[in-house]
Write a protein that binds this ligand. Structure first.
Ligand code: PLP
Length: 354
């Protein structure tokens, strides 16, 4: 089995960092000097390399482009005031990566290759982590099938890669959300719980339709009845109703098990909320709104952390919220960030030193 010692390192001759200003750098546009690339062939991982970030040379017949065996992860690393780099909960992303791989009939990536490959890559490109407020390094591990063969079957060859992108504050304005009743993101038995590339492609049309009528995102509902809420765009969703914090449970396989979701649940419990992971219907949400006890609605995800929802429209019923008066979601965001930047103790063991 491949070990971290087998990862071959070739460094750039000249760093691109000199040409780039990391302050307020846009999300996902610039990449660091190096990348990790590993091949899966003949039933094993081989040719593990950290090398200069560069284009891939692929045959037009490469299987992933045709049949979509492709998965990814999104993780962030932060620099604290002392300049030390930490990654937020990477082992959870590693485990989820292999859950996605299994669902897409792709090989498992060994823990040491994923974790140590990521750590070595970040170590090498450490200077790319902005030491600025609300800035971070976005880590993008991904895997795709690489057989040069257009027969429909699981590939025999795969590539596992990690690329890194420095990123500035991800400002997300409070969102207007349209409750989707025609298109669906996930069905029981489907791939909704996997971070599969196709899930994103399949969601874009419905999102574009909602944007046409003035909404920022859709709130997905269940495929059978369009009655129960699932996720908000590509974020998990939370509703504060009375002294309960409610988010859809993971058991039906239609919800992506967000690491931010899990962290939010832990912090909400510490704040004294009764956290309920269970089916939540639009009817119950509207009843709570009418009773005046629907206090806050927000999305959670690695990119934006916590995104406030200022308006929710279900059929002709519109719920508007005075987000400036909210306490819980802003407090969660503040606390999560304080842990990430090392300003508050990491009592949960979430931060892993690079
Ligand atoms: C990645 C993702 C999330 C958020 O997961 P985090 O681990 O918190 O970033 C939520 N929903 C979907 C559909 C996703 O792909």
């Amino acid at each position: 089995m491949i070990a971290a010692a087998d990862i071959n390192i070739t460094k750039v001759e000249r760093s691109k960092l000199k040409d780039i200003n990391l302050e307020n750098i846009p999300f996902g546009k610039y990449f660091t000097d190096h990348m990790l690339e590993v091949d899966y062939e003949d039933g094993e991982w081989k040719n593990a390399e950290i090398k200069p970030y560069q284009p891939l040379l692929l045959a037009p017949s490469v299987a992933a482009l045709h049949y979509g065996q492709a998965i990814f992860e999104g993780i962030k690393a932060y620099k604290n005031a002392a300049g030390d780099a930490y990654i937020f909960r990477p082992l959870d992303n590693f485990k989820r990566f292999n859950v996605s791989a299994e669902r897409m009939q792709m090989p498992q990536v060994p823990e040491e290759l994923f974790m140590e490959g990521m750590r070595m890559l970040i170590e090498l490109d450490k200077n790319w982590i902005p030491q600025l407020e609300d800035h971070s390094l976005y880590i993008r591990p991904f895997m795709f099938s690489s057989d040069e063969m257009i027969g429909v079957r699981p590939s025999e060859k795969y590539k596992f890669m990690i690329i890194l992108s420095p990123t500035g504050p991800y400002y997300s304005a409070p969102m207007r959300i349209y409750v989707e009743e025609k298109y669906v993101r996930a069905v029981p038995g489907g791939v909704g719980y996997a971070k599969a590339a196709g899930n994103y492609g399949a969601a874009m049309y419905a999102t574009a339709e909602a944007k046409k009528i003035g909404y920022d995102q859709v709130l997905w509902t269940d495929a059978y009845e369009h009655k129960y809420v699932q996720e908000c765009g590509t974020m998990n969703v939370f509703f504060i109703i009375g002294n309960a914090a409610i988010t859809p449970g993971l058991e039906s396989g239609t919800i992506l098990a967000g690491v931010t979701r899990d962290s939010t649940i832990a912090l909400l419990k510490e704040m004294g909320f009764n956290v309920e992971e269970r089916p939540l219907s639009m009817e119950d949400i509207i009843d709570a709104h009418k009773a005046g006890i629907l206090y806050e609605v927000f999305g959670t995800g690695t990119a934006a952390t916590i995104s406030l929802i200022k308006e929710l429209r279900y059929k002709d019923y519109v719920m508007k919220f005075d987000v400036d008066s909210w306490k819980t979601a802003p407090a969660l965001k503040k606390q999560l960030n304080a842990i990430r930047y090392g300003q508050e103790p990491d009592n949960h063991g979430w931060m892993q030193k690079v």
